[in-house]
Design a protein around this ligand. Structure first.
Ligand SMILES: Nc1ncnc2c1ncn2[C@@H]1O[C@H](COP(=O)(O)OP(=O)(O)O)[C@@H](O)[C@H]1O
Ligand SMILES: [Mg+2]
Length: 142
């Protein structure tokens, strides 16, 4: 199941700038997952992945500022939730390295990005030094 879809409808969109937005991210992803008919386990996986990506915005983007867009998507009759975490921060110079288990530029666990990838059905990461970072995750109905 691809990350590009036939049908996409934006259901939530807001800036991520502080801790209270992390709570909002979790809440919105829960609501959207349930509205899409994802099970409890998949819902929790989506929320966990989204929390890590939102946390990265607070930690690494310029002024800890970014934006979340959530969409209800449909592909071949199957519904899913797609969440896009974008920022205009410093970007990631070596994306492959950043995706490696245990790599952190800050001495933290370094499991956010690779962990998020494992928790969702698909994830795309576009970034380059100086041009910001966009991470898209999608979770499909079973
Ligand atoms: N939005 C982002 N902007 C810039 N760099 C990022 C961003 N997200 C992740 N990174 C870089 O990727 C590394 C790995 O991220 P992650 O796997 O979440 O581990 P951690 O947050 O524990 O360092 C980070 O240490 C950071 O250097
Ligand atoms: Mg992280």
């Amino acid at each position: 199941m691809p990350i590009e879809t036939e049908t996409a409808r934006v259901t939530a969109e807001f800036d991520v700038v502080d801790e209270s937005d992390l709570i909002r991210v979790r809440k919105v992803l829960r609501t959207e997952a349930q509205a899409t008919g994802l099970g409890l386990v998949d819902t929790t996986k989506l929320i966990t992945a989204g929390s890590e990506l939102a946390r990265n915005i607070l930690n690494y983007a310029t002024d800890g500022r970014g934006r979340l867009t959530v969409e209800q998507v449909v592909h071949r009759g199957r519904r899913g939730v797609r969440a896009t975490f974008g920022d205009a921060g410093p970007g990631i110079e070596d994306v492959d390295l950043a995706m490696t288990d245990g790599f952190s530029s800050r001495g933290s666990l370094g499991l956010g990005l690779p962990g998020a990838r494992r928790l969702v059905d698909d994830m795309s990461l576009e970034s380059a030094a100086g041009s910001g970072t966009t991470v898209v995750i999608v979770k499909w109905q079973r």
